[in-house]
Design a protein around this ligand. Structure first.
Ligand code: OSB
Ligand code: MG
Length: 369
């Protein structure tokens, strides 16, 4: 596959409602897209880095820099035979996994088109539909929190994940369980607690949570393993898992019993598949996380979620939860049973609305060999 040109684009798109986590509030997204041109085909990638280095140390500005200065020129001057070889092409650059993923995933998208098969099939996926959950941000009041849950349950979602932080945790779980004793419920602290909070966190064992996501430090395994020993509820790691070796360390140390896979966080589809396989071989279920993606990243997440060990509902939900108008068509929809159909057409299975992308673009750069 000869790469004719790579375009980086920054789009500004407001979210339909603010999304609050323990590390901050997002109201508008700066979406970084990769547009890959190859022999008459156009493939896409999305960089999931945030506007600020709060979830991870990357931002869309660091990603732009590393892509334009280091990664994209290397990719543009290489005749790629298989997307799975991209990680070795980028190996000289340390870190910057979200930047690498955006480019690598565009190559997978391209390869699926070239071969005329669905991206899900190219990745090794087998599910025809994927089970969907939602991640609900921290709300201004308990009433609003309950109303949001009610709305998403009515929409069919199979699992509700509540963002939490000190002061917005036990009393919320208590109120939710009182109203809905049987729904599949989990929480995500995004590293807002410390080991000294273990007694407090242990109270959550009363709420039959499916998992507690990333309660402690964003880069930790050891203290999570100490916490997991004290809990009945499974810990799920998100931020800490950067690659397959991290997954092996976390599983070996019993730092978690479930793993959230985000293809951006681990550096692209190749490593995401490696994490998936390592977890599967050890009996650890995984699910696909989300990063408030536009339709492009969302369609890539759907393809990834079709792999067999993505057995728990993911955070891959409908376009309309985030966007007034998505940049793909059709937009992503969720059935009344809380499922998304994995497209069977060649490539991503969702067309990019290039006119809309162009209108929303505020920065663009071309990279050629
Ligand atoms: O920790 O999973 C997370 C959004 C931004 C950054 C981190 C996270 C999240 C979410 C939202 O939970 C997932 C989504 O619906 O895209
Ligand atoms: Mg998380």
């Amino acid at each position: 596959m000869r790469i004719d040109a790579i375009y980086l684009r920054e789009l500004h798109i407001p979210l339909v409602q603010p999304f609050e986590t323990s590390f901050g509030v997002t109201t508008d997204r700066r979406v970084l897209l990769v547009e890959l041109k190859s022999e008459g085909l156009t493939a896409w990638g999305e960089c999931v880095a945030g506007e600020h280095p709060y979830f991870s140390d990357e931002t869309i500005d660091t990603a732009w820099l590393v892509m334009t200065q280091e990664l994209a020129p290397v990719l543009a001057s290489t005749e790629v035979e298989h997307a799975g070889k991209i990680p070795s092409l980028f190996r000289q650059v340390r870190g910057h996994r979200m930047a690498k993923a955006a480019l690598e995933n565009a190559v997978w998208d391209l390869e699926a088109q070239v071969r005329g098969i669905a991206l899900a099939e190219l990745l090794g996926g087998s599910r025809e539909t994927i089970p969907c959950g939602v991640s609900i941000g921290i709300q201004p009041t308990l009433e609003r929190q309950l109303a949001e849950i009610e709305k998403e349950l009515a929409a069919g979602y199979q699992r509700i994940k509540l963002k939490c932080k000190p002061g917005w945790d036990t009393k919320v779980f208590e109120a939710v369980r009182k109203r809905w004793p049987d729904i599949v419920l989990s929480c995500d602290a995004n590293s807002a607690y410390r080991l000294k909070d273990a007694d407090h966190i242990r109270e959550w064992d009363n709420f039959n949570l499916l998992m507690i996501e990333q309660p402690l430090w964003y880069d930790d395994f050891y203290f999570h393993s100490l916490l997991q020993k004290q809990l009945n509820t499974a810990i799920c790691l998100d931020e800490s898992i950067r690659n397959r070796r991290d997954a092996l360390a976390a599983i070996e140390m019993e730092s978690c019993r479930i793993i959230n896979i985000k293809n951006g966080r681990v550096g692209g589809f190749s490593e995401a598949i490696a994490v998936h396989n390592a977890a599967q071989e050890r009996g650890i279920p995984v699910w696909c996380g989300g990063m408030l993606e536009s339709g492009i990243g969302r369609s890539h997440n759907i393809a990834l979620s079709s792999l067999p060990n993505f057995s728990l509902p993911g955070d891959v939900s409908a376009s309309k939860r985030y966007w007034k108008e998505d940049i793909i068509e059709p937009e992503v929809t969720v059935s009344a049973e809380g499922e998304i159909v994995v497209p069977a057409e060649p490539g991503r299975g969702f067309a990019v609305r290039e006119d809309l992308v162009e209108r929303l673009t505020v920065r663009k750069e071309e990279i050629r060999a």
